[in-house]
Write a protein that binds this ligand. Structure first.
Ligand code: GRF
Length: 212
């Protein structure tokens, strides 16, 4: 059987890039159906840029500050680079800008995000503190398709962790982050395999509330 062509993935970041690192590590396996072909940050000091450079992946800063009050032009610049690099799938990995319909539509059905909660619970920011305040016993992370409404697209995969007595947002967040690093590569693997021209579609559900 002919090897499946690896899908070209662009990763958008704003921060330290630990999820980017997890995707890069997974994609080093030749059997992984996607390759990280471009990393774009909106912040020049994002730690993830150094992660990309260490892996010799093209990494660019397209600073939103260079496009004051003009989200559309900022996203047009991002789109130009994504298209110039032949990007087929976009992964948001800690990208801290709200997207306009322009970019979302351009990559409709081909843009993934990882969010640090079990959506639809706790969309938005400060998810770990809000989960603790709500008294939930299970928390976790979600990989979903990006739509025009923030943190609301179809869910592709989730991983759950227990909330432990004495947890702080940092402790709980670290437990969730360890699962993010497993979940995002898993979700991308299944998603990229299922894009047209490759194997049949699958969905993922990873639920391991007692295994962290
Ligand atoms: C992660 O918690 C992710 O779920 C959220 O932003 C954080 C990014 O962390 N969207 P990192 O930059 O991947 O380390």
């Amino acid at each position: 059987m002919a090897p499946v062509r690896r899908k070209r993935v662009g990763v958008l970041i704003s921060g330290r890039g630990s999820n980017l690192a997890a995707l890069l590590a997974a994609s080093r396996d030749a059997a992984f159906p996607a390759e990280i072909a471009l990393v774009i940050s909106n912040l020049a000091n994002a730690g993830g840029l150094a992660v990309a450079e260490a892996h010799r992946i093209p990494a660019l800063t397209i600073a939103h500050r260079d496009f004051p009050r003009d989200r559309a032009r900022h996203e047009a610049a991002i789109t130009t680079e994504l298209e110039r690099h032949g990007i087929e799938i976009v992964c948001l990995a800690g990208y801290m800008r709200l997207l306009t319909p322009f970019l979302v539509t351009r990559f409709a059905g081909r843009m993934l995000n990882i969010h640090p909660s079990l959506l639809p619970a706790f969309p938005g920011l400060d998810t770990h503190a809000r989960a603790l305040a709500a008294g939930v016993k299970l928390h976790g992370c979600t990989v979903h398709l990006v739509t025009e409404r923030m943190d609301e697209g179809p869910i592709l995969a989730q991983a759950a962790v227990p909330v432990r007595p004495g947890d702080t947002p940092n402790l709980l967040g670290a437990r969730v982050l360890a699962q993010e690093h497993l979940l995002y590569p898993l979700a991308l693997r299944l998603f990229a395999s299922a894009l047209p021209g490759t194997a049949a579609a699958e969905t993922a559900a990873l639920c391991n509330p007692v295994s962290d």
